[in-house]
Design a binder for this molecule. Structure first.
Ligand code: IPM
Ligand code: MN
Length: 360
């Protein structure tokens, strides 16, 4: 198979984690006879420094011309405490989501028995947790009308949704649930207060009738935030709007033990987009100490998307193998850790069959 992959390194640890994924994709290509063509493009604070904008039009063109995008991270502390900044690194990621119409962000939350001790939750609560968050990604309050009054003392962000925006992600979530063990969709909303949530509930109730093999339940977001901590096993597919999904998915990463572990895939009408859920972690940039697994598992999701499921599975096996053998980064074991590039090399060796027993 031959594929074009756009590489958006971005800021902070972005370039380093992405470099590990490329190493592993190259090992996959070599081992299974595929050809991956990479093309780098600028985004985030890096793009602002070099071009004055967080999302140069060339970046959009390169992504549109690719089969998939591998994204690192954006964000730089120098923008965070300046509310009046006109250009911000985050405009890069929000803009590319919109440009590629990436309306669904899929965030699987897997727990590993070897990492249970890292979670503040009791092991008994974590055993068997297996849920996937379907976060709407191109609508809602993130993209509604924004307003600040001239005197700067009043501001508003509109939360806006249309039926088709809800329908398209709901169908994806229900179809996905059909192939899962529990076959359950939980819509997370705030339908007791918000009109947009009532629209979500109405549309999802209608769509649910087309998927009689899937059970559906509805949960207010405040309760869902609590349920994720007291009984995370009850969830299978969580379907939710943009901002609730952003918040709930960071919370859910606590179940996995480290934010650095979680991958995601964003899909839409064309080029799909793969990114770890973590941010740019500027304190660790250039130190080779961040966790590359979120990016590496995102690359595995990319291979799944290409239909290369055996290749994706071997990467996931390799990740399990590193965890079982304590080949972990500093976030997992601050006293006894390996460098990110070593983990990348080990996973790449595993994929290449250089670790005894790794190729079945
Ligand atoms: C995420 C991030 C982004 C978001 C930021 C960087 C704009 O937190 O991907 O979850 O809020 O969507
Ligand atoms: Mn987030």
């Amino acid at each position: 198979m031959e594929k074009k992959i756009a590489i958006l390194n971005g800021d902070g640890i972005g370039p380093e984690v992405t470099a590990q994924s490329i190493k592993i994709l190259n090992a996959v290509a070599q081992q299974y006879g595929h050809v991956f063509h990479y093309k780098e493009a600028l985004i985030g604070a890096d793009a602002i420094d070099k071009t004055g904008t967080a999302l140069p039009s060339e970046t959009i063109d390169i992504c549109l011309d690719s089969d998939a995008v591998l994204f690192g991270a954006v964000g730089d502390p120098k923008y965070d405490n300046d509310p009046s900044a006109k250009v911000r690194p985050e405009q890069g990621i929000l803009g590319i989501r919109k440009a590629l119409q990436l309306f669904a962000n899929i965030r699987p939350v897997t727990t590993y028995s070897t990492l249970q001790h890292l979670s503040p939750l009791k092991p008994a609560l974590l055993e068997g947790v297996d849920c996937v968050i379907f976060r709407e990604l191109t609508g809602g309050i993130y993209f509604g009308k924004k307003y600040t009054s001239e005197d700067g003392n009043t501001a508003s962000d509109e939360c806006y949704y249309t039926r088709p925006e809800i329908e398209r992600i709901a169908h994806l979530a229900f179809k996905y649930a059909q192939n899962r063990r529990k076959k359950k969709v939980t819509l997370v909303d705030k339908a007791n207060v918000l009109e947009t949530s009532r629209l979500w509930r109405k549309v999802v109730q209608e769509i649910a009738t087309q998927y009689s093999d899937v059970t559906v339940d509805y949960m207010f977001v405040d309760n869902a935030a609590m349920q994720l901590m007291i009984n995370p096993k009850q969830f299978d597919v969580i379907l939710t709007e943009n901002m609730f999904g952003d918040i709930i998915s960071d919370e859910a990463s606590v179940l996995a033990g480290s934010l650095g572990m979680l991958p995601s895939a964003s899909v839409g009408n064309g080029t799909a987009f793969f990114e770890p859920i973590h941010g740019s972690y500027p304190q660790a940039a250039g130190k080779d100490i961040a966790n590359p697994i979120g990016s590496i598992l995102s690359a595995a999701m990319m291979l799944d998307h290409f239909g290369l499921t055996a290749e994706a599975e071997v990467i996931r096996d390799a990740v399990d193998w590193t965890l079982e053998n304590n080949f972990v980064t500093k976030d997992i074991d601050p006293m006894n850790f390996y460098f990110m590039s070593t983990i990348g090399d080990l996973i790449s060796d595993y994929v290449s069959g250089k670790i005894p027993g790794s190729v079945k």
